[in-house]
Design a binder for this molecule. Structure first.
Ligand code: CA
Length: 613
């Protein structure tokens, strides 16, 4: 029946002497009335659609411009008047005055308060999940028709079956752990033949990968997270997309992507972008080189691409109810476009925040990307938050090496002295590991070092991030490369012997670190001084690092002891911060500290003390 009608349609087209016309894709798939920016640029893709004339008849909605850079695409600039009621607009595609085809385009109502949504802040505790590796809530979606890669849990670089249901089912686990903001590595379709689990080669920017679930499942997960007091930060990738993306078969324009005579890789030297001595050659390789053979490089200088990406981000914020965005490979995309994107995004959502992955190893290189930095070239990124890679690498070394003039705890101290370059260092998202760098436990080696690292991340300036599995003391075991950083979460799969969700078969060390993280994150949720207070620190001496977080009459004292031996700390040196305080409470044990002149601390440990008068 269906075959017959398609055949009939082709015959009709032929009889009428017209070229075959179809509508195969419309993006964004729908939009909203009442947006701050009144124009949405709708991309329609289909055979010969660019050869038609498109019109709409609707109150409050008009086409201000149509552009067809390619016979199979038309970009429709649709202007929606203020106060237009939600409606479905009918695109009427005509040829020689006759309607060839139509498309119903929905303009929905926005949620109340959508524009004034709150974003993440220094009060939040982040958790990073790699969804394929967290929990398999629905084994029936592990393999899906039309998807090139099948699940194979025996392949460390294959798909293991984790999904959105697995995350949604365990939001209560995250809530109990003290998590208030969730970042998942990309969940959008990655229909690539291999390595599709990591999610960074997106093949459809408007669709959740069916092996993770549906768009509705994602939206429901966000809503459920909100009910549990957890914000959701979506991972977006504006630099590149998967070469199996449908668009790659017929790009709207040749310069939709950065093209090279032969495959040319980025030099992965993000510092080139801010280097005052950089050559044009290196700059071009950095920005326009491809991230990988399987990842085509978007040309954000193309105005259609720019609009496409900006609208895509706004679509997800509005559709899913997002609280923030994590933007991948920040310095690899065109920096002027990125600043324009941030501006557009924050015009639409004034309180919205984005944390950028600007992977640079020194504060001098990283600060360029944070908004309000006085950059010599006048560049203003408008990026609200960045990941603190320099601090992460210091955290990875500080607790497991010998104390020296610039090693051990002095690494942390030295790095923080460089905060002078940042407009607001408290806007750094701080971490000890993530999906791209070595696992914390792999480098910290002992439960004691892990605890010290966690204590530091929960009390120094910035927004702490815990990478899934940290609380299970995950290490790489015998696995090489990325696979060793991205192991399955214990308890996420049926039959797992160790189960973090139920607590079954956890080792003594796992129980200890889980409890420690849980206590500290939950304590941090309620302590304003540690969230927003001023940081004052003292040069580490003899393996002891002492710092304070103070806000009005609230003060927290932190002592890190990197010595193997316990120490009785004489606090005379810290009197300027202790003045007026008489006692304290240990944030981890709840024990009272009756006198502050001498404080006992065990070897290789941290003490976090809430001071009182
Ligand atoms: Ca699954």
């Amino acid at each position: 029946m269906k075959k017959l009608s398609i055949l009939a349609l082709i015959c009709l087209s032929f009889i009428a002497g017209q070229a075959q016309v179809s509508v195969d894709r419309v993006e964004p798939p729908f939009w909203w009335v009442g947006m701050k920016e009144p124009v949405v640029q709708v991309m329609v893709h289909g055979k010969n659609i660019g050869k038609t004339n498109v019109s709409v008849k609707a109150t409050g909605v008009k086409i201000v411009k149509t552009q067809s850079p390619n016979a199979d695409y038309v970009f429709i600039d649709l202007k929606i008047a203020r106060n237009t009621k939600p409606l479905t607009v009918v695109f009427d595609f005509k040829d020689e005055g006759k309607t060839i085809t139509t498309w119903n385009y929905e303009l929905k109502a926005r949620e109340n308060g959508s524009a004034r949504r709150k974003s993440f802040s220094t009060a939040d505790n982040f958790y990073l999940i790699m969804p394929d590796r967290f929990a398999n809530g629905d084994p029936s979606n592990d393999d899906m028709p039309g998807m090139l890669e099948k699940a194979n849990r025996n392949d460390p670089n294959g798909r293991h079956g984790g999904d959105i249901k697995g995350i949604t089912d365990h939001l209560d686990y995250l809530q109990k752990l003290g998590i208030t903001a969730l970042w998942c590595t990309p969940l959008l379709e990655n229909n690539m033949p291999a390595y599709s689990y990591h999610g960074y080669a997106i093949t459809d920017l408007y669709k959740i990968d069916p092996r993770f679930g549906t768009n509705e499942n994602y939206r429901d997960m966000v809503a459920e997270a909100h009910r549990k007091g957890i914000k959701v930060v979506m991972d977006m990738v504006f630099n590149h997309f998967g070469t199996e993306h449908w668009m790659m078969k017929n790009l709207p324009q040749k310069d939709w992507i950065n093209q090279w005579p032969e495959f040319t890789r980025s030099n992965y030297r993000a510092a080139v972008v801010t280097d005052p001595y950089a050559s044009e050659y290196d700059l071009k390789r950095m920005s326009n080189g491809w991230f990988d053979k399987t990842m085509a490089d978007f040309n954000q200088k193309n105005a259609f691409v720019a609009n496409y990406l900006i609208q895509n981000s706004i679509w997800w914020v509005e559709y899913a109810g997002l609280d923030g965005i994590r933007q991948d490979t920040y310095p690899y995309a065109d920096k002027d476009f990125m600043a324009m994107w941030m501006k557009r995004l924050r015009e639409e959502y004034p309180d919205f925040r984005v944390v950028g992955e600007a992977w640079l190893n020194t504060p001098a290189q990283l600060c360029y990307w944070m908004d309000n930095t006085s950059n010599k070239d006048g560049y203003r990124s408008r990026l609200t938050n960045v990941f603190d890679f320099p601090l992460a690498f210091a955290v990875q070394k500080a607790f497991s090496e010998e104390e020296g003039f610039d090693t051990g705890l002095r690494r942390l101290y030295d790095l923080l002295t460089m905060d002078v370059v940042y407009a607001d260092p408290s806007d750094m998202v701080i971490f000890g590991d993530n999906h791209d760098i070595e696992r914390m436990y792999q480098v910290q080696k002992t439960g004691e070092n892990m605890k010290m690292a966690i204590a530091f991340l929960c009390t120094t300036r910035g927004i702490p991030l815990i990478y899934y599995g940290t609380e299970a003391l995950s290490d790489r075991g015998s696995l090489e490369g990325d696979a060793g950083k991205r192991k399955d979460f214990p308890g996420g799969w049926q039959g797992d012997k160790t189960n973090m969700f139920t607590g079954e078969n956890l080792s003594q060390d796992q129980q200890e670190i889980y409890r420690y993280i849980k206590v500290l994150l939950n304590w941090r949720k309620g302590n304003k001084a540690v969230q927003e207070g001023k940081l004052t620190h003292f040069i580490p001496e003899n393996g002891i690092y002492v710092y304070f977080r103070t806000l009005l009459n609230q003060s927290v004292m932190v002592i890190l002891n990197n010595n193997k031996e316990s120490v009785k700390v004489n606090t005379e040196r810290y009197n300027e911060m202790l003045d007026g305080y008489k006692k304290g409470v240990d944030a981890v044990t709840g024990a009272t500290i009756k006198k502050l002149d001498k404080i006992d601390i065990d070897g290789k440990s941290a003490r976090i003390i809430e001071l009182s008068k």
